[in-house]
Write a protein that binds this ligand. Structure first.
Ligand code: ADP
Length: 301
């Protein structure tokens, strides 16, 4: 069943797509395209939408062995409505879909055993059972000396399900990197102004807070009052969906490849900006050479 937002939301709209999508899929595909070794825990239905996502992830080199294919539930889907004021609303069809079936299977256990880092998408906490899998994965990765990142990825349309803030605080206690955008910073930190929210995350033990600010760029905050601002690239925005996931993936992958926060922030900003120039949430994902060419050729604000 779809969630309705405001009056007339489900009136007929011109449609494009279907596109492979889902924040975790966009993120992990971007990691793989940048050369990172990447796997995803997810669940799809035995249908065309599930196949669309699996095909794209496989093509780009993501390990999909821990994606379960449900025999009786359809693949979760979402519609994005682009408003005239530049905002977006989402209609999700995921509550009674395969997406709600995340559990610890032998394939998930194997993927976790091979992981040196776990990236948690906050939206996963609306799935019953996902919190247990995430907790077990964090524990396993951490006990091997691995690292943890969190993108709060809070969609207002999903906030009624699950105790999101409680789940956030348990991940934040062990997270190395947090990548919020807009209000997510305040939701994650439980503070209502930027300096206090950032300080509170750093006090919790997070080493790097990277704020996504859309066309206003991005900022890095680290220990010892380190702050780096990165201006956004000048592009024509066609579709903003997926920018934050590409940005996060490029930042994390760059850091794991040993680049500095400053270089990683630049590559992340380029990945976010490139993605908004294409229609479809993961149609503008970047390879390393595409990022390098884009950075060399594109001015910043
Ligand atoms: P989210 O999708 O999580 O809300 P943002 O919209 O802030 O994230 O996008 C992530 C990053 O992508 C931004 O910090 C910025 O660097 C880049 N970006 C997003 N939109 C644009 C845009 N219109 N022009 C240039 N860069 C953009």
């Amino acid at each position: 069943m779809a969630t309705t937002i405001g009056s007339g939301f489900l009136e007929a709209q011109p449609l494009t797509g279907p596109y492979p999508s889902g924040a975790p899929a966009i993120f992990i595909d971007q990691v793989a395209r940048l050369g990172g070794k990447a796997g995803i825990v997810a669940s799809v239905g035995n249908d065309d939408f599930g196949q669309l996502n699996l095909d794209r992830l496989r093509r780009d080199g993501v390990d999909v062995s821990a994606v379960s294919v449900s025999g009786d539930l359809p693949t979760g889907s979402a519609f994005v409505r682009y408003r005239a004021d530049g905002g977006r609303d989402f209609v999700f069809n995921i509550k009674h879909s395969a997406a709600g079936r995340i559990e610890m299977t032998p394939a998930v256990e194997d993927l976790i055993k091979a992981a040196g880092h776990i990236h948690v998408m906050g939206s996963a906490f609306v799935i019953p059972g996902a919190a247990d899998v995430i907790e077990a994965a964090i524990h396993a990765v951490r006990s091997r000396g691995g690292s943890v990142s969190l993108d709060p990825n809070v969609r207002k349309e999903l906030l009624d399900s699950g105790n999101i803030s409680q789940h956030f605080s348990s991940v934040l206690k062990v997270a190395d990197l947090v990548l919020p955008s807009g209000e997510e910073l305040f939701a994650a930190a439980g503070q209502s102004d930027e300096p206090s929210a950032v300080a509170s995350l750093l006090d919790m033990g997070v080493s790097e807070v990277v704020l996504k600010r859309g066309r206003d760029g991005a900022s890095f905050f680290g220990r010892d009052d380190t702050r780096i601002d990165c201006k956004a690239f000048v592009v024509e925005e066609v579709d903003p969906t997926g920018a934050g996931d590409c940005f996060g993936a490029a930042y994390l992958t760059s850091r794991r490849f040993g680049l500095s926060p400053e270089e990683s922030l630049l590559r992340a900003s380029a990945a976010g900006a490139r993605n908004v120039t294409r229609q479809g949430p993961m149609e503008g994902l970047s390879t390393p050479s595409e990022l390098a060419a884009f950075i060399a050729a594109t001015p910043r604000r």
